[in-house]
Design a protein around this ligand. Sequence first.
Ligand SMILES: [Zn+2]
Ligand SMILES: [Zn+2]
Ligand SMILES: [Zn+2]
Length: 299
Amino acid sequence: MEITLTINYMLTYNELIELREKLADGEIALERAKELYWDDWKRAWHTKDWKERRGKVIKDKCEICGSKETLTLQHLSHPQEYVEYEREVTKKYTQSFIGSNTIIDKHEFTEYVIRDYDYVPVPLCPNCNGRNPNKRMRKTPQYLCTECRHEFDEPIYKTIDELITTFYKNDEAIEVRDKCFVSKKWGNKYHLSSVKYWLQREKAKTKDSEAIGKEAFLLFLDDNIKYLSFDDTITACKKCAFYSDKMNMELCPKCKEYYKGIQYSTCIQCLPEEKRKEVLEMIEFGKQMHAIDKMLGID
Ligand SMILES: [Zn+2]
Ligand SMILES: [Zn+2]
Ligand SMILES: [Zn+2]
């Protein structure tokens, strides 16, 4: 069994390196490079090239236990999705946009807030402006301010404009720290500082879209080239591959017979007598609890 990835390679290893160089040197445009990479991406990734090079790299026995049975080539790292790189690079460009201290006009900021967010205002006491008065279920007037003890039916609210004016004077003022802006696109709640960050990110993205795309795609290609180079691989038998991949376990270095969780130094059998008894009792206890849960229908 090969540990398969859902990535499909249409390009051979050398073609991929060539593509990367051409893109880096500006010999081909980003759009064209992406096309070349993804055009035919549904074609099987077990290309002849891949199989031939794999044949040269794979060892004749498992590098973990020495078995010669059903050997597979195990990748110790996998390339990230392209969108992950785009996210990372966009973050970097956003930071440098923020670092450039480009002033965002208050009017533009207000328009952005109104366009992309719903405002859910915080209720305030009409007497002292106290925040979050108690809302009572049975009593009238409905509200009681815990700060000035004023009772009232209608709280007051700050307008978006008032909040933004305060924010422009002091972006850490207590009135502007509430997450009372709900993104129309994502449904998440943000305070004005985060909203400002998203606008800065949007502006950085628009300003440097070509550079961001190119940098992200180059990183993506680097990672795929590394993956196809088989640099970060070991030869493993079917059993070792299964334990390391699915169970996060590896062969115990002491007995070289049983597997252990990678966070432990040895397998249970190789623990000192006292410790082993303790662990086995814990496992037994866990099993019993599990059985009780099952019986009670919790599990
Ligand atoms: Zn093995
Ligand atoms: Zn009050
Ligand atoms: Zn052991």
